[in-house]
Write a protein that binds this ligand. Structure first.
Ligand code: FES
Length: 105
């Protein structure tokens, strides 16, 4: 499936080590800035309904605020339950002060 680079927020809106919630084209996305690199995952925890952007980011791991599942924000892989599957990740780039994600068309 082809992906389209789409602005999700301004770079200045994302603070280091603090998840930032965005919504683009009906998709809820969490943006992370860790060690100068941007990452993006879907923002809704696959276990139940909670926003990962409300959780705790430690390095490249995000912990869900509701039941504590942990995900690798680089791969989307679930590292610790109770979630049984990972989250989608998106490629991220910076362009003229915009954070852009590759969103499947
Ligand atoms: S809703 Fe995220 S672990 Fe339960």
């Amino acid at each position: 499936m082809e992906a389209v680079w789409t602005k999700v927020c301004d770079a200045q809106q994302v603070q280091p080590d603090t998840p930032f919630a965005c919504e683009v084209g009906g998709k809820m996305i969490a943006i992370y800035l860790v060690d100068g690199r941007y990452f993006a995952t879907e923002n809704v925890c696959p276990h139940a309904y909670a926003l990962l952007s409300d959780g705790w980011l430690e390095g490249t791991e995000i912990e869900c605020p509701l039941h504590g599942a942990r995900f690798d924000i680089q791969s989307g892989e679930v590292l610790e339950g109770p979630a049984e599957c990972g989250v989608k990740t998106y490629a991220v780039r910076l362009d003229a002060g915009e954070v852009q994600c590759a969103i499947p068309a």
